[in-house]
Design a binder for this molecule. Structure first.
Ligand code: MG
Length: 248
């Protein structure tokens, strides 16, 4: 009996020691940053997060709209109907909290009923830092200028493909954004965006020419390192739900 106990204790100690010994190397060459070796056994692990299932936010996301409260936003205010924020003509809204580099998830739906065409059909927009717009529009069999259709970098670059669902259907944007960098008045590096529309990549690491504008060439003006996420009121009752963001 005593021997069995001793053996058990020994096994426990061996497994504890094995946990201490992290896999990796301490004699491999250093990476260019000079901080870590290739496969460095001492390099810290990234934090563990619980990924969202389906459309649910991951555990480390800042939830901007969960279907109930508009507390994260100022402007408008927009109405909350059946778990969605609805554009109501009271003006655009923007987050109270500001963000720079980020991963942003937004779900939106244009009206079932077609009110007009081109830019008047389900127009809204997602503005990174309040300045750089990914267009929201009903682009299901709706002709408009290409750099103004759904998922366009408005006034600059059409999406690679039109992944728009039919009017009234819920759609998603997953946006990966790198904020521009300024040094004094000089642009050091432009804003860069990757966009998935309904899971389809439509911009891959594309540079913004500058802050979004209408009928003019976008250009940069220096601004703070962080800004709000803004949603546009273009007079069409577009709905939004399940909005969350992660700082990168
Ligand atoms: Mg718009």
């Amino acid at each position: 009996m005593k021997i069995l106990l001793l053996l058990g204790l020994l096994a426990a100690l061996v497994s504890l020691a094995a946990q201490d010994e992290r896999p990796g190397y301490d004699d491999s060459p250093y990476l260019p940053d000079g901080k870590w070796r290739v496969h460095d056994k001492a390099r810290p692990y990234p934090p563990v997060v619980t990924p969202g299932l389906g459309a649910a936010p991951p555990s480390d996301a800042v939830v901007l709209f969960d279907g109930t409260s508009v507390d994260a936003w100022k402007g408008g205010p927009w109405d909350v109907v059946d778990g969605a924020m609805v554009v109501n003509g009271k003006g655009g809204i923007e987050t109270k909290e500001h963000f720079g580099d980020c991963q942003l998830h937004v779900e939106w739906a244009t009206p079932f009923e077609l009110q007009s065409g081109s830019q008047g059909r389900g127009n809204s927009g997602v503005f990174l830092m309040g300045k750089y717009e990914i267009q929201v529009l009903d682009s299901y069999e709706n002709a408009t200028y290409a750099d103004g259709q759904a998922a366009a970098m408005y006034g600059q670059r059409p999406p690679d493909v039109n992944a728009c669902r039919e009017p009234g259907a819920w759609q998603s944007y997953d946006i990966f954004f790198r904020a521009p960098r300024f040094e004094g008045d000089e642009l050091r590096s432009p804003a860069v965006v990757t966009v998935l529309h309904n899971g389809v990549v439509v911009h891959h690491a594309e540079e913004f020419l500058g802050a979004t504008t209408h009928k003019r060439l976008a250009k940069y003006a220096p601004h703070a390192a962080e800004g709000p996420v803004a949603l546009q009121d273009h007079g069409n009752p577009v709905r939004f739900r399940n909005i969350w963001i992660r700082r990168l």
